[in-house]
Design a protein around this ligand. Sequence first.
Ligand code: FES
Ligand SMILES: [Fe+2]
Length: 346
Amino acid sequence: MPAFPETLPTVCEDEALLNDWFPVGYSSDFEKGKIAPVRLLDRDLIAWRDDAGEIHVWEDLCIHRGARLSKGCIRDNQVVCPYHGWRYNSRGECTLIPAAPRETPMRKARAFSHHVAERYGFVWTCLGDNPGEIAPFPEWDDERFQKVLCGPYPYNANGYRAVENFVDATHFPFVHAGLNGVMENPDEIAPYTVEIGDEGVVSSEVRVFQPWGDARGIPVVGFYTYKCLRPLLARFSKRVLKADENGTPVDNNSEYFATLFTVQPLSATECIVRICSATDLQPAPTAEAVRERADVVFNQDRVIVETQRPERIPTHLRYELHHRTDLMGQKYRTWLRSLGITYGTI
Ligand code: FES
Ligand SMILES: [Fe+2]
């Protein structure tokens, strides 16, 4: 990978984020022959898929005079800069300087490329030199589960605030009244535990009653296990028992509902949420019904998370008030501090 020019902004300097992977879109977003501008951690990037189907994520910058490659086009499986027409092949090498077509372009004439991978229906990129592993989502390869990609949900809000909201069960009766909880009769949350370890931040089960617990529109009791796998990536798995209208389980056979919650941080205060759900619910809802319900729920979340101030999440616990029922959020914030995260936090 070539050295990056000093003219590029380096807004995020946290190694834990630079070496992490973030979705920049769904795999289906990127068609051959098109250049897509994408944004990550205040950096302007392009993503494009070559004729072999490989995806590439580069800085949105031509080394010649700094024009935006996103304003260019693809010709003959190469990115053409809109300014002087320099062409870059899928290895990022400049193959043609049209003003000197018989010369071989100098070796330094290259695109600035980033690590890229496709997994769980998303295109992931890593801006750093030492990418780790993309977090596991074992349900993806497990045929027992129906997978549905939902979103995108652009939040005009801080990504950590979005993650913390996702791992918080006490907002259900209010933000998702009538769906994930009952406003007039909110669940009392029994004490639960949270461990910080190799997997990240992991809760024990949190029990809630949900009058419209999933896309089937039936009452269920859900037992949530939350995990913050990465600073901006979380998941839950929920054990689901069918229930009556009063929240009493009517069935001992538990079903399964997992959600991977990904965040693409555009800046410290803007992000795009995309999710993948994996379920074995019976009867199985249609993918469209799953997406429709996710659209409702995550838009309800977005509206409230966009109101939170300060926009950057405080990771010092003294700045907001924490109750024992917020243990997951408290541990998440403490963990962010322990990872040395400063971008997007106060
Ligand atoms: S700036 Fe890209 S070819 Fe000149
Ligand atoms: Fe929510």
